[in-house]
Design a protein around this ligand. Structure first.
Ligand code: DON
Length: 309
């Protein structure tokens, strides 16, 4: 697809670029440190086939927590709502994304939602498949289907870098296994989760995925159903209530667009009936969200009246 540039979007990008110096790239996954924190890029997929792009959009980066939305959609298609929500809740936590605190104080040890790491590990354990390769293959095919890009792969170095340092995620997963919320072999589950988080995308891919959620699960070009409307709706609702972690409330008030961030500095936003937005800006704020990405979305929301509330 041909993507146009836009003088107005360039102005927004330059303005947002200034705040990248105030953020820091993620350090706790060693391989994520190897990126220039001033990088900033955005793609917008509008309507059926209009695309705009600004900044360093040639960069590929890893999905990280954005993969949680896609894994949730797959798990819901595999098992239905009743099974999935018997193991993971629907409520925001107000805690950091990797917090272990509420697991012990929640009676059933059921994680509060699928967007925090504990909940995401449960969701990943629900993806059907004969083994690790088949499960990661299903996730890659799903991303391929949504982006219509030639081939999908994960970044092996990022996946392994996370796998070998994921002590906190390991603790969450073993805690959940102890309480029978997770049944899988934990090391294999962690490997799958790290591969899932390390799936490579571009801003354009994220914008296109956002556009599919915006159109209730339909491919904007072909009209083909990629996921059922009620599942697209569930995912978008989680994006509003939990997508930006413990900044979700403030983001909903200031920006008002369903969005999901990842510690790679990516954001995937979905504006119902309008389109999708993909951003890559690896300098993060203290809550793990792209600092320039949030600025850009604030500008887009107010200039194009995208606030959904
Ligand atoms: O599990 C982790 O910590 C990472 N693979 C993903 C976390 C993440 O992206 C949080 N995002 N803001």
């Amino acid at each position: 697809m041909y993507c146009q540039t836009s003088a107005e979007l360039e102005t927004f990008l330059l303005r947002a670029q200034k705040v990248t110096t105030e953020g820091e790239v993620a350090h706790y996954i060693p391989a994520l440190k190897n990126v220039d924190k001033n990088t900033l890029a955005m793609s917008i997929y509008h309507g059926q086939n209009q695309c705009f792009t600004v900044g360093n959009t040639e960069h590929t980066f890893t999905l990280q927590s954005i993969s949680k939305v896609l894994a949730l959609a797959l798990a819901l298609m595999d098992h239905g709502q009743e099974v999935v929500f018997s193991k993971v809740g629907m409520e925001p936590t107000g805690d950091p994304f990797n917090s272990i605190a509420k697991l012990e104080s929640t009676k059933t040890a059921r994680p509060l939602n699928p967007m925090i790491n504990a909940g995401a590990l449960v969701v990943t354990s629900l993806i059907k498949g004969a083994g690790l390769q088949e499960k990661i293959g299903r996730l890659l095919s799903f991303v391929h289907e949504m982006t219509s890009a030639p081939e999908r792969k994960y970044d092996e170095a990022v996946a392994m870098s996370e796998y070998h340092t994921a002590h906190l995620n390991r603790s969450l997963a073993y805690f959940l296994k102890q309480h029978k919320v997770i049944e899988d072999d934990i090391e294999e589950l962690l490997e799958l989760y790290c591969y899932q988080c390390a799936i490579e995308v571009t801003c354009y891919d994220l914008a296109r995925i956002g556009a599919i959620f915006a159109r209730e699960g339909q491919d904007p070009e072909s009209g083909r159903t990629i996921l059922p409307a009620h599942i697209a709706r569930i995912c978008k609702t989680f994006m509003v209530t939990c997508g930006m972690y413990n900044a979700s409330g403030e983001f909903a008030i200031k920006v008002g667009i369903p969005a999901k961030s990842g510690v790679s500095g990516a954001i995937m936003a979905s504006v119902p009936e309008w389109g999708g937005i993909g951003i890559f800006g690896p300098a993060l704020d203290e809550k793990g969200n792209s600092i320039a990405g949030i600025h850009l979305l604030e500008m887009l929301s107010s200039n194009y009246e995208l606030h959904i509330f």
